[in-house]
Design a protein around this ligand. Structure first.
Ligand code: NCD
Length: 358
């Protein structure tokens, strides 16, 4: 198994590693010219099996601003994937050409699956409805630069908390900083998955669930809005039932604290009215730009490969156990070993984090 500094899940690293990255991103932001040749001669491969604007382009500009070059695809239909090539073969080949590989894929656990056999460090740019660690690094960097702290915040997450991978990664990360509280605003159908709530309870982090944004907006220091993730619904009808459930507008902003920060990973559909853009508390466009600096810091750190990489697999193979999550990569790429953590009758899938009773 490969020994690279992959970034699959931010929680594979500790808070001091994240903080070092945040400090480096700040340094790069203040003196970008000092880093303009830092990755000369290095190549980044970007494999985007799913649409992306910000994540893909911020990674690409990050590498170009560090003096490196880029290869890759953003439409698997124009690569050998269209001929039926499996994930392992495509990613093994590209990781042999590139020095660092950034990958987004619609299936949960797919990026970890690629990292198992990759020949260079792999970065998760979003794996289905599961995780999106570099968006979270972007969010942390935005908060530290705009609010000056990552502790003692009441954070509201609103929208599609079931399928929104950005909120899953954000909650996991922010619960590692002291005295943060969460207010999770969603419809019953789009509530945050059980494994995230269990993680919050186990860590002793205060949280509550709410159905109305109006009722709780006044309590928040940060409001993290997300779109309803249409592409993850089983049918158009199911999506239509949820569409437009939460819309942040001027009237709601009047009830919020004068220093509440509004974030959104973007793209927005209709969940933030355009009229909110002019409110000085709206920071989502700045957030997208902060994403480029933190990705520059991440590329530099991963390519340096200082320190011991975290283990990709912490548990072991259970040949006869199937993951209970139908959206898990193990149900698509059938050659993958079935790795699980845990020893009792509840096993946690190493790819998608969902639990399976045996
Ligand atoms: C997010 C994503 O892809 O998960 N976008 C992004 O990376 N900035 C959020 C979304 O698509 O809703």
């Amino acid at each position: 198994m490969s020994e690279f500094l992959h970034l699959i899940d931010l929680n594979d690293y500790n808070v001091s590693w994240w903080n070092t990255l945040l400090r480096l991103a700040h340094e790069i932001r203040t003196s970008p010219e000092e880093y303009s040749k830092a990755c000369e001669g290095k190549i980044m491969g970007t494999l985007f099996y799913e649409p992306s604007t910000r994540t893909q382009m911020s990674f690409q500009t990050a590498m170009l601003r560090l003096g490196g070059t880029i290869i890759g695809f953003d439409n698997p239909a124009t690569s050998s994937v269209a001929k039926g090539e499996n994930l392992k073969d495509t990613t093994k080949i590209v990781s042999g050409y590139a020095d660092i590989m950034v990958m987004r894929h619609p299936v949960e656990g797919s990026v970890k699956a690629a990292a198992l056999t990759a020949e260079c460090p792999v970065i998760n740019a979003g794996d289905g409805g599961h995780l999106h660690p570099t968006q979270t690094l972007t969010d942390l960097f935005t908060l530290i630069e705009e609010k000056g702290r990552l502790e003692g915040l009441t954070i509201g997450c609103c929208g599609d908390l079931k399928n929104g991978r950005t909120v899953h990664s954000l909650i996991k990360a922010m619960s590692c900083y002291k005295d943060n509280k969460f207010i999770l605003v969603s419809t019953e159908e789009l509530a945050v998955p059980a494994y995230i709530k269990d993680m919050l309870s186990a860590a002793g982090v205060e949280y509550k669930e709410a159905r109305s944004l109006d009722d709780v907006i006044g309590e928040l220091d940060v409001l993290y809005m997300t779109r309803i993730q249409q592409e993850r619904f089983a049918s158009e009808e199911e999506y239509k039932k949820q569409k437009g459930a939460y819309i942040l507008d001027k009237a709601k902003m009047k009830k919020a604290k004068s220093d509440m920060t509004v974030l959104h990973p973007l793209p927005r559909v209709d969940e933030i009215a355009i009229e909110v853009d002019d409110d000085e508390r709206a920071k989502y466009f700045e957030q997208a730009k902060y994403g480029m600096y933190i990705r520059m810091a991440l590329i530099l750190t991963v390519l340096k490969n200082n320190g011991k990489p975290p283990k990709l697999i912490k548990g072991r193979e259970h040949k006869n156990v199937e993951c209970s999550n139908p959206a898990c990569i193990t149900h698509r790429e059938l050659y993958l070993p079935h790795y699980f953590e845990g020893n009792s009758d509840i096993l946690t899938c190493e790819y998608c984090d969902k639990r399976t009773l045996i």
